[in-house]
Design a protein around this ligand. Structure first.
Ligand SMILES: Nc1ncnc2c1ncn2[C@@H]1O[C@H](COP(=O)(O)OP(=O)(O)O)[C@@H](O)[C@H]1O
Ligand SMILES: [Mg+2]
Length: 258
């Protein structure tokens, strides 16, 4: 589609030659600066879809276009924020943030300035020399976010980035991510099974259904950010999405009974 930064175009995927269909004809477009959530239950194919978008998995059919060009392998234009942070335990916070820049061929001073800038953005300047093991889970997550941002990618892919954190840290980091996104206008594709997380962060939510993984419904959220989780509009969308899940649940049960 004209004006899209990312186009997911008829993507189908099986693992192995005779495996079940994990993704069936998934198509949607994402504009620059949008935050998109792919919401669905465990096993519906969310990570597989994200890996296809990032060029980590080959697909059987279809293609993913970034700025009109097919993505066929991982690139720095579209980086994945790992579920388990992917930090190197022997490297300091600063050296972890530097990691993605080492192969980028940036002049040393520019690389250092960038690292300093993004460490400051995520509030970790005074922990630059700490090791990951000396940080809380929330702080480790912020190191991972700084590292992804320092590469200055066009698209950031996030696979349940807050899944392992307690509720308070999760809310805090969701808020932080939202503020950074509003400032930097990055494009984010977020995979989650958390309805509230999708509602809090996204401009659009794609609800996936399983077996085979398909986009069941698209919901556009016409709510200003930052959002208030107790607001009646927020509740309205929560109910709407919750009802969609009851529907997919019923369908799954019927299929199971046959
Ligand atoms: N590397 C793999 N090899 C074979 N099957 C896989 C592999 N990764 C995922 N699957 C299967 O694909 C389906 C979708 O998995 P996944 O994309 O991880 O779902 P989600 O992220 O929504 O939990 C599941 O049935 C899972 O068992
Ligand atoms: Mg997953």
């Amino acid at each position: 589609m004209a004006g899209s930064l990312v186009s997911i175009d008829g993507v189908s995927k099986t693992y192995g030659e005779h495996g079940p269909l994990v993704l069936n004809n998934v198509s949607f477009n994402i504009a620059k600066g949008e935050v998109i959530s792919i919401l669905g239950k465990s096993g519906c194919g969310k990570s597989t879809l994200l890996n296809c978008i990032g060029g980590f998995e080959a697909m059987n059919e279809g293609q993913v276009l970034l700025d009109g060009k097919p993505i066929t392998k991982p690139s720095k234009r579209c980086v994945m924020l790992m579920q388990n942070y992917g930090l190197l335990p022997w490297r300091s916070v600063r050296k972890n943030v530097e990691l993605g820049l080492e192969s980028a061929g940036l002049p040393k001073q520019e690389a250092e300035e960038r690292v300093t800038h993004y460490l400051q953005m995520v509030g970790l300047t005074d922990r630059a020399t700490s090791l990951p093991s000396e940080l809380s889970g929330g702080m480790q997550q912020r190191v991972a976010i700084a590292r992804a941002l320092a590469i200055q990618p066009e698209v950031i892919l996030m696979d349940e980035p807050f899944g392992a954190l307690d509720t308070f840290t999760r809310y805090y980091l969701q808020d932080e991510l939202m503020q950074i996104q509003q400032r930097e206008k990055m494009t984010i594709i977020l995979v989650t099974h958390d309805i509230d997380e999708a509602l809090y962060l996204s401009d659009r939510i794609f609800i996936m259904k399983p077996n085979p993984g398909e986009i069941h419904k698209e919901v556009s959220l016409k709510l200003a950010k930052p959002r208030d989780r107790s607001d009646s509009d927020f509740q309205h969308y929560r109910e709407l999405i919750f009802n969609e899940f009851q529907f997919t649940q019923e369908k799954a049960t019927i299929e199971f009974n046959i």
